[in-house]
Ligand binder design. Structure first.
Ligand SMILES: Cc1cc2nc3c(=O)[nH]c(=O)nc-3n(C[C@H](O)[C@H](O)[C@H](O)COP(=O)(O)O)c2cc1C
Length: 370
């Protein structure tokens, strides 16, 4: 592994993964306009550094939702880590524990909650809205018992976006990988190959409710003491409504370009969301960002655009595929190095000063980040 930049790990992951698994990780919805747009929006952010600010020590510690974190970073929920490495979520959670950042366990985790709790990582739990409310509440209770510190409700998946690469590959789970929290065997829908269709998409269509509304968020709010985070918000009005319904944070996200193709790039949507929630009575309400973060300066850009922190999706999985727990830990430690470097060179001794940085916008950026 060379691993001098996070994208080096992408090349390594691609080299070790079977094509359908790589495509499932790398791909997005339809033309993948939003996947490209997420990068283009971040590439166009120009940071305006400050000077003479004594950056001999940069403090990167923060609180995300209610969890302490060494960096303004959490691991995004990504389904089925065992597709990428036999240790699956155990490896990723251990790396998160070492880095001191929250790890989001997905509803579609391929490792059980108790095993993940035993890693000592700060856990958040990502909830997909299951059609069966009994099963949904059971998941919430199990997450509470495992000691998770936040419930991340994914609100941009009434159903799965049309991922053409997966359909073309007939993406299907191998018998060794299963949704460990859903108590299903390996004979379920996600394991049944169909020509020209993704079995993962068919499985989720069977499970997830497309009828979920704000009333359901209020219903859930009454049934758990865990702080709620709504993930997949892009419109400022939805962020304000999330706060009104008692959520503690939103993740400005387009699911890494995997849901609505031509959805606004997340970094482009962020400033308006941050501005809309700035004057809310609950000053603890946070705006997080994901979709396209690939470097420490991207994290700095997110803070300067109004986020309290970022979630990382694909980069962590590149590390997992390339080298299990240690590959994942190397990605996280590289991002920490890059973030500390960017903060120092931008004249920011702490994260608060990062949120006050000015940004300019490049009209056109000829560079390219995969
Ligand atoms: C392979 C893959 C699986 C994902 N699975 C989930 C999931 O189960 N639940 C969820 O809320 N988001 C899921 N996401 C979306 C991520 O949480 C996150 O929003 C996205 O990956 C961020 O963009 P990035 O990959 O560019 O960092 C998944 C993303 C990928 C790439």
């Amino acid at each position: 592994m060379t691993g001098l930049s996070v994208t080096d790990f992408a090349a390594e992951a691609r080299a070790v993964l079977d094509t359908p698994v790589w495509d499932w990780l790398d791909g997005g919805a339809e033309r993948e306009w939003t996947v490209a747009g997420n990068r283009a929006a971040l590439d166009r952010v120009a940071l305006v550094p400050r000077v003479l600010a004594d950056v001999s020590a940069c403090d990167t510690k923060t609180t995300l939702v209610e969890s302490g974190a060494n960096l303004p970073v959490a691991i995004a929920p990504v389904a089925y880590h065992r597709l990428f490495h036999p240790d699956g979520e155990l490896a990723t959670a251990r790396a998160a524990a070492t880095a001191g950042v929250p790890f989001t366990v997905g509803t579609l985790s391929s490792v059980g909650l108790d095993e993940l709790a035993a890693t000592g990582a700060v856990l958040w739990f990502q909830l997909y809205w299951l059609r069966d409310r009994g099963r949904l509440l059971d998941l919430v209770r199990r997450a509470e018992e495992a000691g998770v510190e936040a419930l991340v409700v994914t609100v941009d998946v009434p159903f799965m976006g049309r991922r053409l690469r997966d359909a073309a590959n007939g993406m299907t789970l191998p018998p060794t990988v299963r949704a460990a929290l859903l108590d299903e065997g390996s004979s379920g829908r996600a394991h049944r190959r169909t020509k020209d269709a993704s079995a993962i998409a068919s499985h989720t269509a069977e499970l997830f409710s497309p009828a979920v509304t704000w009333h359901d968020v209020a219903w859930l709010r009454e049934r758990t003491r865990l702080p709620l985070v709504l993930k997949g918000v892009l419109d400022p009005q939805d962020a304000v409504r999330a706060a009104a319904e008692g959520a503690r944070a939103v993740v400005v996200s387009n699911h890494g370009g995997r849901q609505l193709d031509q959805a606004v790039p997340a970094a482009m949507a962020l400033p308006a969301v941050a501005e809309a929630v700035a004057g809310l009575p609950d000053a603890r309400f946070q705006v997080l960002l994901d979709s396209g973060i690939r470097s420490g300066s991207d994290i700095l850009a997110a803070l300067a655009l109004g986020a309290s922190g970022v979630l990382l999706g694909r980069p962590v999985i590149w590390g997992l595929a390339a080298g299990g727990e240690s590959g994942c830990a190397r990605v996280l430690s590289l991002l920490e190095t890059e973030l500390r470097n960017a903060l120092g060179l931008a004249g920011c001794p702490d994260l608060r000063s990062a949120t006050r940085l000015r940004v300019a916008s490049m009209p056109y950026f000829p560079g390219k980040t995969p």
